[in-house]
Design a protein around this ligand. Structure first.
Ligand code: KG4
Ligand code: ZN
Length: 357
């Protein structure tokens, strides 16, 4: 019996991901090559370096994915690949490779929106039906949306400035957290979460709660970030901190910051829930809330969202951590959802161009 098989390729930022899924939703293989350690050493992602690494690893990653599934390209029904949003230089590598494969083996391509993939992948593990409310929090994004169907997403609000993961990463660098051996290989958000959990005081540092008087679902993190950086500067002066030394209040500051960011996320999510109920955008008898994206790996944030959902009678779902951060499987899954509905499947390869976004 022939079953469709979708190959997914993700290269929007700093992870080269590839996976294969069959039409029953079974994962046949899933491979990820992370550039995290290299960017950690460089103090952030340098787009040219990210592109070079994608170029080096895309071929081997795809080959390994096929090998793990004991399949060859002839067995694949379609190639799903991230079209946007992301770093244009990184996106271009995945798209170029997908086109090369598709041309060589005469396969259709299914272009994928990275954020839609983050939102839909929760349906792979959980029995979630449309419509549902989603909060996507990552290093590049922060948004609230109603997912009405595959290809039909209503944006409720997004960040006016930076994303929460970006703020975690920046503050972790400024705090020199990677000088602590147990944090040296962690991304900023995870290091801050671990440090915060060592503190018993979650409000030693006063930080502003953004946009409290804005009656919308948008976010803003720059004020918080500036305030945290100011506290670091002040403490460094106070304690005469030089070079690689850390401030003694590092755990408390991480805890205050995590608490402030969480409060902002909760505040805006609560507004979105009220908006959805008032306008009957989410049915009262099936209120589903999904949180995804790299920052959703944070258990403190997740537990606070869970408490909110208990109060508002929403069921909460979170993909497992490997599916929350960037990965090829979410692209394959989104490809499968589109494949089943006959959406966006194309052999007009020329129409698929990466634009700056
Ligand atoms: O979704 P993702 O892999 O890539 C983007 O599309 O941005 O998210 C990566 C981001 C990084 O900024 C990282 O610091 C953050 O997710 N992150 C966390 C945690 N684990 C990863 N932030 C807070 N707490 C965590 N445990
Ligand atoms: Zn992402």
């Amino acid at each position: 019996l022939y079953t469709s098989k979708i190959l997914g390729i993700e290269t929007s930022c700093d992870d080269t991901g590839c996976a294969i899924i069959d039409d029953s939703g079974r994962v046949l293989s899933d491979v990820l090559h992370s550039q995290n350690l290299i960017h950690l050493r460089n103090g952030g992602i340098i787009p040219d370096i990210a592109q070079d690494l994608h170029r080096t690893y895309i071929g081997p990653t795809v080959s390994k994915t096929l090998q793990q599934a004991c399949l060859s390209m002839e067995d694949i029904s379609a190639v799903a690949v991230t079209l946007k949003p992301g770093l244009p230089l990184s996106l271009a590598v995945g798209m170029k490779y997908a086109k090369h494969l598709a041309r060589q083996y005469d396969k259709p391509i299914i272009p994928i929106h990275h954020m839609e993939a983050h939102a839909l992948v929760a349906r792979m593990e959980h029995d979630i039906v449309f419509p549902f409310l989603v909060l996507l929090i990552s290093g590049g994004h922060c948004l609230l949306a109603i997912v009405k169907d595959v290809n039909n997403i209503q944006l409720l609000g997004e960040s006016r400035d930076s994303a929460p993961g970006e703020v975690f990463d920046k503050v972790a660098r400024r705090l020199k957290l990677k000088n602590i051996p147990e944090y040296s290989k962690l991304c900023g958000g995870e290091a801050i979460e671990r440090a915060a959990m060592k503190s018993t005081d979650h409000s030693m540092f006063k930080l502003p709660l953004p946009l409290t008087d804005h009656k919308d679902c948008n976010f803003s993190f720059n004020g918080l970030k500036t305030s945290v950086l100011y506290h670091i500067h002040k403490k460094e002066k106070e304690h005469n901190i030089v070079a690689d030394k850390l401030i003694p209040e590092v755990n408390e500051l991480c805890a205050s910051m995590l608490n402030a960011i969480t409060k902002h996320l909760i505040h805006r999510t609560q507004r979105a829930m009220e908006f959805c109920q008032r306008n009957k955008l989410i049915p009262d008898n099936n209120k589903q809330f999904i949180v995804s994206g790299g920052v959703a790996c944070n258990n403190y944030i997740y537990n606070c969202l869970k408490t909110l959902c208990e109060e508002t009678e929403y069921s909460i779902f979170r993909p497992n951590p490997k599916l929350c951060t960037d990965n090829g499987l979410m692209i394959a899954w989104n490809g499968l959802e589109k494949w089943k509905k006959g959406l966006d499947i194309t052999k007009d390869y020329k129409s698929l161009d990466i634009e700056a976004c």
